[in-house]
Ligand binder design. Structure first.
Ligand SMILES: [Zn+2]
Length: 328
């Protein structure tokens, strides 16, 4: 299955074409693929609640099908021993896709959080790394304008850390994207010049840097600047981060969460103290997933604030990074 959609020439016509193809793919998969049909039907009736986390309304979603991701083992041995579910040869026979520019497959995610949830793996089995692929994320956001793109680092929630992929979820679902126009007023301007802003949110419960621009090259340059300032873990994989990206009114908004921990303390606690919450992009942007009902019932706004604080880089580290960025 091949089409001419190019990542390099995202025109209105191509956007329209990929949007239609994606719509058709979702309809087709929700009709013909039992697993997807079952999980999207179940999603319509999942329980959710909204809580106030330090002044930010955030949702908690009780979603049992996500246990596969929340409890995913990502140690090298477990990863090596399982067939990679993002490689074409291992995908279920019912899973169809749209090939974009011979580089990425647009697939329906059979374990949805969003009403429309896509997984977008690279065509080859290469490690999950953002270096060298941030531009792809921008382009995908531009040619999928009805979606928010997101990237979970290999140590920050990706359940396939060995296969490069992005995900996309329907706009109008995550609080950070819905409320950004209002919430951006509580952000400090770190860098600002015509057609580029780098903001740092002051009160958000997790360290948060945000770039806004219509210029792709400028965004890539500044992403690389930020990347170089973030601490790289001892294993040198890549700085721990989650990224979200949206194309809106002719410009990109990129939200970057710099992290220090994969999973919070409560994930490893025993008995009643345990909360099986393994935060990634969507959680940090305001939709926390609880695959177990007991966690959904008991989790509080204060727990969520603690989780975000634990996995985030500390405030003084972000102070130093912003100071360096200002002086570049
Ligand atoms: Zn693979």
């Amino acid at each position: 299955m091949k089409n001419q959609t190019s990542l390099h020439y995202a025109t209105a016509d191509l956007n329209h074409s990929l949007t239609n193809k994606t719509k058709n793919l979702l309809n087709q998969q929700l009709t013909n693929w039992d697993l997807a049909k079952r999980n999207y039907t179940a999603l319509k009736t999942v329980e959710s609640k909204t809580v106030d986390v330090l002044g930010f309304p955030m949702d908690v979603q009780f979603n049992p099908s996500r246990i596969i991701s929340s409890a995913a083992k990502i140690d090298p041995k477990s990863i090596q021993q399982r067939p990679c579910f993002l490689c074409k040869k291992n995908r279920p026979a019912e899973q169809n896709g749209i090939l974009v520019d011979d580089r990425y497959w647009v697939l329906v995610n059979p374990f949805p959080i969003f009403p429309k949830h896509l997984t977008i793996p690279f065509v080859e089995h290469i490690d999950q790394r953002i270096a060298g692929h941030f531009e792809d994320m921008l382009k995908l956001a531009q040619i999928l304008p009805e979606f928010v793109l997101f990237y979970n680092g290999p140590q920050c929630g990706a359940s396939a850390p060995d296969h490069l992929h992005f995900q996309a979820g329907s706009k109008g679902f995550i609080p950070l994207e819905i409320h950004w126009n209002a919430w951006r007023h509580f952000a400090e301007r770190i860098i600002e010049y015509p057609d580029f802003s780098l903001l740092r949110h002051i009160t958000y419960p997790h360290a948060l840097l945000v770039m806004e621009s219509s210029d792709r090259q400028t965004l890539i340059t500044w992403f690389e600047n930020i990347y170089r300032q973030l601490e790289n873990p001892d294993n040198g994989v890549e700085p721990m981060m989650n990224l979200l990206c949206s194309w809106e009114n002719g410009q990109w908004i990129v939200w970057l969460f710099p992290r220090r921990l994969h999973r919070p303390v409560c994930y490893f606690a025993d008995g009643a103290q345990q909360l099986l919450i393994s935060p990634a992009s969507v959680d940090l942007a305001g939709v926390f997933i609880t695959p177990r009902e007991e966690d959904f019932q008991k989790v509080t706004a204060s727990d969520l604030a603690t989780i975000m604080d634990e996995v985030s880089i500390p405030c003084d580290s972000l102070d130093k990074i912003c100071h360096t960025l200002r002086n570049l």
